[in-house]
Write a protein that binds this ligand. Structure first.
Ligand code: SF4
Length: 560
């Protein structure tokens, strides 16, 4: 199916979306066609500025004939629409005097310091309200923008030039949506600094990778860290419930912890942990995913509030895989992983090993040029063999014992036969969970990979994105925990079938992982500093840009 076959716009376009289109056509496309939304300070303040009109009862528009001459009326929060104009708008406040109507639109912030004392997107949105009122039979020649912060009214005349601009914007938005092609990001624009979708759009990053000759630095337009945190619950028999704006975790009626909903990025439940329906409903509403894992970290599934609306991306993803065109992405992903394995070895081996480092560099080149999937798989396997053969040398100090047990058994799983493998398997499971959430948040189908083959219940695309991060996050955390003595023999249980982490062991690993995910790191291509968790998000969005053809190739995150 071609994306242009999708029904891109309903009959009525919200005036707010026309405002976004005039601000930036890409913003309107992301929001309207792809269903993206994110809050920033401006959007939160905007809602605050509207709180009074939103709270007050919604009025009806009286018939113009019924409007008493000379009498002044005011109606709040009025919904107007017109099939002829193809627009729907909410008027914050309507001032009426006989047949004369003046719409008033509330804006956050202070009066803009421009010649007209108003920006075009707001003027156009107001003018649309005026056109709707004229359609309803009112005499409407101007509107008012009310700036909440400076408490200033600015009159906006609906002159022919503004009317033409407004009609062009409505037609332009419809044509854009029908085209099925997302506009390129603005170049080095100050608008992006205030844009609520900057972290989703990644304007400078997409421009840098798509057009390296464009001027300007890559600006960090998103917070360096996500202030919200995951909640891990692993006490067997615990119950997660909701009380007001908090989640409360109890065990046999005794309260273990409370967390504010606002502070949560995800809820991760291990094994026999229950969660109440009101808690799930609230988390769905807040778009906070709930992830269900076995006690040992095996991924069962997740709940989240509705599907991502970006069907266009899922169509492009399926088309790419169906047509066998995902090879370039798979090669980049595997090459990125081996590159990072090489970096970990080069930086951490107690003695230089140029032969190993050289071989891993050769595998990177071979992965980049692998002629088919089987060859790529073979190269990845050879690199993994060399890498894990030397992995025990990276354990030292308090972790020397762990290196020795790993040297004896090598990399193994299901079940892991030694302590290091138990930690690696657990960390890889957590990383897959993190990457699966990231690709799903972007709008991908997480079960259709570009490198990992589809298999029932396996989040193949999450596994794909995970590859470049295995050495940088999981392997690195494993080494740190053993070498710094945060994990010792008491954190493991040896059974006939293998070695597992105790609850205290899992807690120590999760703490180590969270420290790493929140650690700030400088992006080698973009030059800004953000946390590893943010980098996973950025990489998922770059994968999206590559699948949609916005950038010529996916560039994995690598460090030197
Ligand atoms: S970040 Fe910039 S280019 Fe991207 S949607 Fe916002 S304003 Fe447009």
């Amino acid at each position: 199916m071609d994306v242009t076959q999708l029904d891109p716009l309903p009959d009525l376009v919200p005036a707010r979306m026309v405002n976004e289109y005039v601000y930036c056509p890409r913003l309107a496309y992301l929001e309207w066609v792809q269903g993206e939304w994110d809050d920033n300070l401006d959007t939160v303040e905007g809602r605050f500025a509207h709180r009074r009109v939103d709270l007050e009862s919604r009025g009806d528009l009286p018939e113009p004939e019924a409007a008493p001459d000379g009498e002044r009326l005011a109606t709040r929060s009025l919904l107007l629409s017109s099939e002829a104009l193809g627009v729907v708008a909410r008027v914050d406040l309507l001032e009426l005097e006989g047949r004369r109507a003046v719409p008033v639109d509330y804006k956050r912030g202070a009066l803009p310091e421009t010649e007209r004392r108003a920006h075009d997107p707001e003027r156009v949105q107001l003018c649309l309200q005026g056109l709707l009122l004229r359609e309803a039979g009112y005499d409407c020649r101007e509107g008012v923008l009310y700036f909440a912060e400076s408490r200033t009214r600015v009159e906006v005349p609906f002159d022919p030039a503004l009317e033409a601009l407004t009609r062009e914007a409505v037609a332009g938005l419809r044509a854009l949506a029908a085209s099925g092609r997302m506009p390129a990001p603005l170049v080095d624009s100050p608008k992006c600094v205030r844009c609520s979708l900057a972290g989703i759009c990644l304007p400078d990053e997409v421009n840098r990778l798509g057009h390296p000759d464009l001027p300007g630095d890559v600006r960090r337009l998103m917070p360096a860290r996500d202030e919200r945190m995951p909640l891990y619950v692993q006490e067997q028999g615990a119950v997660v419930g909701k009380q007001g704006e908090r989640l409360v975790i109890t065990l046999k009626g005794k309260e273990l912890a409370q967390v504010r909903l606002l502070e949560l990025s995800q809820v991760v439940l291990f094994g026999a942990v229950q969660i109440s329906t009101p808690a799930v409903q609230t988390l769905c509403e807040a778009e906070v995913p709930v992830v269900y894992l076995s006690r040992g970290g095996w991924f069962y599934g997740m709940t989240r509030g509705g599907w991502h609306k970006n069907v266009e991306l899922r169509i492009a993803q399926h088309r790419l895989v169906d047509r066998g065109e995902a090879g370039a992405l798979a090669r980049s992903i595997v090459a990125g992983k081996i590159f990072n394995q090489r970096t970990l070895m080069r930086r951490n081996l107690p003695e230089r090993n140029p032969r190993l480092v050289g071989r891993l560099a050769l595998y990177v080149r071979q992965a980049r040029h692998a002629r088919d999937g089987a060859t790529l798989l073979g190269v990845e396997g050879m690199a993994a063999h060399d890498y894990f053969e030397n992995f025990p040398h990276l354990f030292r100090g308090a972790g020397a014992w762990a290196g020795a047990v790993f040297a004896a058994s090598g990399r193994n799983r299901r079940p892991p036969r030694d302590e290091v493998n138990a930690v690696l398997s657990f960390l890889y499971a957590m990383l897959v969970k993190e990457c699966t959430l990231a690709v799903q948040a972007v709008g991908f189908d997480p079960f259709l990979g570009v490198y990992h083959a589809p298999k029932y219940g396996r989040p193949a695309l999450g596994l794909d994105l995970c590859e470049e991060f295995r050495p940088l996050i999981a392997d690195s955390v494993c080494l740190t925990l053993f070498n710094q003595g945060e994990l010792g023999g008491a954190h493991f249980v040896r059974r006939a079938r293998g070695v597992t982490l105790t609850a205290a062991g899992r807690r120590a690993v999760l703490e180590g992982l969270e420290r790493r995910m929140n650690q700030l790191v400088t992006h080698p291509v973009f030059g800004y500093t953000i946390s590893y968790r943010r980098i996973v998000e950025v990489q998922a969005r770059l994968l999206r840009a590559a699948v949609l053809g916005e950038i010529p190739a996916y560039r994995p995150f690598t460090t030197r």
